[in-house]
Design a protein around this ligand. Structure first.
Ligand code: SF4
Length: 299
């Protein structure tokens, strides 16, 4: 029996609702457990007011918080307020931030940002994401961090950690951009929880679910996490392979070969495949380990 277009659309909507309901339940479990494990967190960028947080956040783009915290004490001693920074040139600022990434551009942006704050906002750091985004060097993520942390606005900034961890856990579906991750995460919790969720995912990503080696064995959410579940489904190591007969062993056809092909699996991840039959059920002869890789989400 064939389904009509209307029925297919209704079915699709139902499935989407179901998937969202499941993700909302998953999110509640994940955030509860991470809260118990990590506690209440805030940014690790040292600051005492919105001006300092804005400057530190601009400096932290593609740089670690640790490195930024090394340079900001001297920078804030020299330029303690936005008014003072507004009289500085990029050349005045550069020596204080030379050890962080992209110092030339960031020095220019800080000098311009301070002048914009004085000219457009009477010397007060603006509090909305839209206003903050109008400042030099302050992109969407920076604006959200400042609005959320300094002013308590409901924001959910997506950085590299939030993007990776949310996708690995399965809190998001087919979210390939930070904007998509942000909008899906926001739909899973009320606005008053967004900033907290941002910090929970950052801390979990920075110290436990790291880009290179996630600590799944000791993770408090490993029994609900998509990535961990797929890890357990990888083929077990094979013993007794003969590396002298070829670098790879095709377990589907039972033969060895040296030159592998590559195919994309249903998650879009490149996998080593058999040049004869195209199978992805391949093992390294020297270690007996599967060549299958799980889709990861590093940006
Ligand atoms: S189980 Fe592994 S992949 Fe999942 S959140 Fe924990 S550390 Fe990350």
């Amino acid at each position: 029996m064939y389904l009509g277009v209307k029925n297919i659309l209704q079915l699709t909507v139902k499935l989407q609702k179901l998937s969202k309901k499941r993700r909302a339940e998953l999110a509640a479990t994940v955030f509860d457990r991470l809260r118990s494990e990590i506690g209440t967190q805030t940014t690790e960028l040292q600051h005492i007011n919105p001006y300092e947080l804005l400057v530190a956040t601009i400096l932290s783009a593609q740089c670690t918080d640790e490195r930024v915290n090394l340079v900001t004490p001297a920078l804030f001693e020299k330029f303690p307020t936005v008014m003072e920074m507004s009289t500085a040139s990029a050349d005045d600022i550069f020596p204080f931030i030379r050890s962080i990434s992209f110092p030339n551009n960031k020095a220019k942006n800080l000098a311009k940002m301070a002048r914009q704050v004085v000219k457009n906002f009477d010397g007060r750091i603006p509090r909305t994401v839209k206003e903050l985004e109008s400042l030099a060097g302050a992109g969407h993520k920076t604006a959200q961090v400042v609005a959320g942390v300094a002013f308590g606005e409901p924001t959910l900034a997506v950085d590299t950690h939030v993007f990776r961890v949310a996708n690995r856990i399965g809190l998001t579906r087919h979210a390939r951009t930070p904007q998509a991750v942000e909008s899906q995460l926001k739909s899973l919790a009320p606005p008053e929880e967004w900033t907290d969720i941002h910090h929970l995912l950052i801390f979990h990503g920075r110290y436990h679910c790291t880009a290179r080696s996630p600590g799944c064995d000791t993770c408090v959410i490993n029994n609900v996490c998509d990535y961990a579940r797929r890890l357990t489904r990888l083929p077990k190591d094979r013993s007794g392979l003969d590396a002298s007969r070829g670098r790879f062993f095709c377990a589907t056809r039972g033969h060895y070969f040296d030159e592998a092909d590559s195919v994309s699996d249903r998650y879009g991840t490149d996998q080593i495949s058999c040049p004869r039959c195209g199978s992805m059920n391949i093992f390294r002869s020297s270690s007996g380990r599967t060549t299958r890789r799980i889709k990861d989400y590093r940006v």
